[in-house]
Design a protein around this ligand. Structure first.
Ligand code: BES
Ligand code: ZN
Length: 456
């Protein structure tokens, strides 16, 4: 059964790639209302795909937001584990479009990389699972385990619809373990198993001053400019040592243990490469921690955007009525994103000068997660990754967020195994996002072997 599936996958590489290109051609940008229809089309495309490869009950589930696609195949029998496969079919916006070397929605292969929005995050990696299941079903007509799929369309906007969907469909989604391919390896020959993800707390701040934009000559000098106030407030949120000054912010942070510090120091991380990849002259962060710790095991606060007044071309002498900022914090275990939002909200209101008013809106939040390293599902993952990629996986904390991992733990009581096949320089959320094609094919083989292994 295993050999036949691997052989099928290897002999269908061309058609797999052609189909993936079609999947990538639908601009399923979850953040932009203009792409509502594309989101619907992508969800239906997936249902057709799942039906064609032989899965049962493939369906588009409407929600208050973007639909959730589900499908299943439960004929392996009660003695076999049930695997819940999660992925997301939505993608990030593509701007600035002029920086792309090819159309983000006309996938193009250059030097073994497939360039397109969503190629790595996460349509390409989600598609791996479809091709794995196809490779079994089209050869032996069955799967080594029971499988349930849940593919969502709001991951990139931290959407509110998935958690209630999972809560309402607990019985339908019941499984022994979840498998997610939405992370990356360290190198093409060095796989990685993520055991921790950071949470996220995302806020928008609005500072209001005068009732309308004012002439900066008539009024300038006597008005507390909301942009000035906002900049002062934001600048005070971190001290010179990169520590966040919001009272209570660090109260629940689980400190990095000596053992984990040693582990992180030994992890194959090059600060020079990190700087080169980011295109910066130097690194800067919370003192007392390594760069690796700063980007994975410590909480952050970053300004994601800042605007107000006149930002068009040329000058306009204006004193703005309002100033805005988007700020987000990456959180670590056991910080609660709701509590952190409340702390920040209260602190921002407290430090605002009395001449302005501050409104804080929560855009989204998600919990971080820690995964048990000592389970048969984790061990099996280590084994097959080593077989296929030639090296034992490195166990890593991921600085990014996949909020569903915490939801699966809380609602379904299961851990997620993150079989990630991207690479660190895939350019997620950036222009020229790409997916290393050997990882697409090896990812299919590794996942075929993984399902076989846990079905033994
Ligand atoms: N695939 C990423 C998570 C990720 C990022 C994994 C970097 C490995 C490296 C995921 O799709 C993502 O971007 N998540 C968002 C979640 C947020 C919008 C709630 C993130 O981390 O910003
Ligand atoms: Zn993403």
């Amino acid at each position: 059964m295993l050999d036949a599936a691997v052989q099928y996958a290897n002999s269908h590489r061309d058609s797999f790639l052609t189909e993936l290109k079609e999947f990538l051609s639908i601009p399923s940008i979850s953040a932009l209302p203009d792409h509502q229809l594309d989101i619907q089309r992508t969800a239906r495309w997936l249902v057709d795909q799942f039906t064609a490869i032989g899965l049962r009950h493939a369906k588009v589930n409407p929600t208050n937001g973007h639909p959730v696609v589900t499908a299943e195949w439960l004929e392996a029998g009660t003695g076999k584990p049930t695997v819940l496969i999660y992925g997301h079919y939505d993608v990030q916006p593509v701007d600035p479009l002029e920086l792309w070397h090819s159309d983000p929605f006309k996938a193009e292969v250059r030097d073994n990389y497939l360039y397109a929005r969503g190629s790595s995050d996460d349509k390409g990696q989600t598609f791996i699972h479809a091709k794995v299941l196809e490779s079994f079903l089209k050869t032996s007509g069955k799967l080594p385990v029971n499988v349930k799929l849940i593919i969502e369309g709001e991951e990139e906007i931290g959407g509110p619809s998935l958690d209630p969907f999972i809560e309402q469909h607990q019985d339908q989604l019941k499984a022994d373990v979840a498998v997610i391919s939405d992370t990356h390896m360290l190198r093409p020959d060095l796989p990685c198993l993520v055991y921790a993800l950071r949470g996220l707390c995302y806020l928008q701040v609005e500072v209001s001053g005068p009732a309308r934009d004012l002439h900066s000559g008539q009024y300038g000098g006597a008005i507390y400019n909301p942009l000035q106030a906002l900049c002062e407030m934001l600048a005070s949120l971190k001290d010179r040592n990169g520590r966040i000054t919001v009272p209570g912010f660090y109260d629940k942070v689980v400190p990095i243990s000596k053992a984990e510090h040693q582990l992180l120091v030994r992890s194959p991380f090059s600060e020079t490469e990190f700087m080169q990849d980011a295109g910066v002259k130097g690194v800067w962060g919370e003192s007392g921690y390594t760069t690796k710790e700063q980007v994975t095991a410590r909480p952050t606060l970053e300004i994601n955007g800042l605007w107000g007044g006149f930002t068009g071309e040329g000058p306009k002498t204006v004193l703005p009525a309002k100033a805005y900022a988007k700020i987000s914090c990456r959180l670590v275990a056991n910080q609660d994103h709701v509590e952190i939002a409340e702390l920040l909200q209260a602190h921002l209101k407290k430090i605002a000068p009395p001449q302005v008013t501050v409104e804080v809106k929560r855009l989204h939040g998600g919990h971080g997660a820690l995964i048990n390293l000592d389970s048969k599902y984790m061990r099996a993952a280590g084994k097959v990754l080593q077989e296929v990629f030639g090296n034992a996986p490195v166990y890593e904390r991921e600085g990014g967020s996949i909020p569903v991992v915490a939801t699966f733990q809380k609602v379904l009581g299961i851990d997620s195994i993150m079989l990630g096949f991207g690479l660190p320089d895939d350019g997620l959320h950036s222009p020229n996002e790409r997916f290393y094609l050997p990882n697409f094919y090896n990812g299919i083989e590794a996942t075929i072997r993984y399902l076989d292994e846990i079905g033994k």
